[in-house]
Design a protein around this ligand. Structure first.
Ligand code: PLP
Length: 388
């Protein structure tokens, strides 16, 4: 099997498992307990926080461990917007981009539905990029928060985060970025990016599912979303997932150590793969930005097919990838991300995403490109329509 769905999740790295193992077994203490087992857990948690902060270019106290990217996004969007409006009732708008992950988009919609905020959606261009002009057009004095993702999960387009954050700051508005897909591939130094909040998730990086972190810059107001015993300095209650935090910190540290080299190596493989797919399937449409894209993502629409049918055919041929359309939850609606990029529905429902981790080889990608040609050819020959 050739696994080309690393943007969905990755296997746990051996080094990560070894680092977290003691905190699942012998050193199983609760960091809040006042005995030696608790102290050992608290020490491990503090070390994980320090290591994560090093990768994120921030202070340890600015890292909040969460149950994953979804929780980090919820805490950033709801927590910052609600805290700012509590301090100034005129701050009752939030800005998100048209291509956000549901963790951000639904958090903003919750603020609208339950708390009466207005949500301003910045459009993207045909490559999935937010321009500075587009952001400037939706920034109001009442904007409490801007949340724009670092890199898109469906098409891999990378946003000019530092420039967009600077624009928000020019009018005193904090900026959050969902860096779940960017982590491991792009620099995560929050000081260089100039962001006030940034979300990461462990399972995209070789840590287990169910752990992540939110960086929140020291001076930023934050209303907690989960209430309880006051862990994480009152910003995220609940007994800390010590092993998860150790896993995340280890995965972030390992990824950061090799980031530049890995990114250029995988980007070169990705470009060869894109060329091979286009040569094999002349009508293939590459979606997303031609150059400002994650090294790890190649996404296409194959007109005359449905993404789901190509996906099934590819799996039969031993290649695992993901369809770009949101067929989950019984919907056969084409992806809102592709729609936002102006791609027609009949093309958008023919979307397939290939995403790689660093272990992918040129031989695997060559084999996969040949499988794509066969799969698309047989789906087109069947005159398949979208199964829904
Ligand atoms: N944000 C983006 C861009 C994602 O791709 C994902 C997961 O696919 C998430 C957030 C959610 O992260 P998690 O699965 O850790 O909840």
């Amino acid at each position: 099997m050739i696994f080309l769905d690393a943007a969905a999740t990755t296997p746990v790295r051996r080094e990560v498992l070894e680092a977290m193992w003691p905190y699942l077994t012998g050193e199983f203490g609760n960091p809040s307990s006042r005995h030696s087992l608790g102290d050992a857990a608290a020490t491990a948690l503090a070390a994980a926080r320090t290591a994560s902060a090093k990768v994120l270019g921030c202070r340890p106290g600015e890292v909040i461990f969460t149950s994953g990217g979804t929780e980090a996004d919820n805490l950033a969007v709801k927590g910052i917007a609600l805290a700012r409006r509590a301090a100034d009732p005129r701050l009752d708008r939030v800005v998100i981009s048209a291509v956000e992950h549901p963790a951000v988009e639904e958090s903003a919609r919750y603020l609208e539905r339950v708390h009466g905020f207005a949500v301003d959606v910045v459009p993207v261009d045909a490559c999935g990029r937010v321009t500075e002009e587009a952001l400037a057009a939706v920034l109001w004095p009442g904007t409490a928060l801007v949340s724009i993702m670092y890199a898109n999960n469906e098409v891999g387009t990378v946003q000019p985060i530092a420039r967009l954050a600077a624009l928000a700051h020019a009018q005193g508005t904090p900026f959050h970025t969902d860096a779940v897909q960017a982590a491991g591939w792009l620099p995560l130094d929050t000081a260089v990016l100039g962001v006030d909040a940034l979300s990461v998730s462990g399972h995209k990086l070789g840590a287990p599912k169910g752990n992540g972190a939110l960086f929140v810059r020291g001076r930023t107001r934050l209303e907690p979303v989960i209430h309880g015993g006051g862990q994480e300095r009152g910003r995220r209650s609940g007994t800390e997932n010590v092993a998860g935090a150790v896993a995340l910190a280890t995965a972030l540290t390992l990824a950061a150590a090799s980031q530049g080299d890995r990114a250029s190596h995988v980007a070169a493989l990705r470009d060869d793969f894109i060329r091979a797919v286009r040569a094999g399937v002349p009508g293939a449409v590459l979606t997303g930005h031609p150059s400002e894209r994650l090294p790890s993502v190649a996404s296409f629409c194959f007109p005359g097919t449905s993404g789901e049918s190509v996906l099934l055919e590819l799996e039969r041929l031993g290649v695992i990838c993901s369809s770009g359309s949101a067929c989950a939850a019984g919907s056969d609606e084409p992806s809102p991300v592709l729609r936002a990029m102006g791609i027609e529905d009949d093309i958008a429902q023919a979307a397939v995403r290939f995403s790689f981790d660093s272990t992918v080889t040129a031989a695997e990608l060559q084999e996969a490109a040949a499988a794509v040609r066969t799969a698309v050819g047989s789906v087109q020959a069947l005159g398949s329509t979208h199964p829904g």
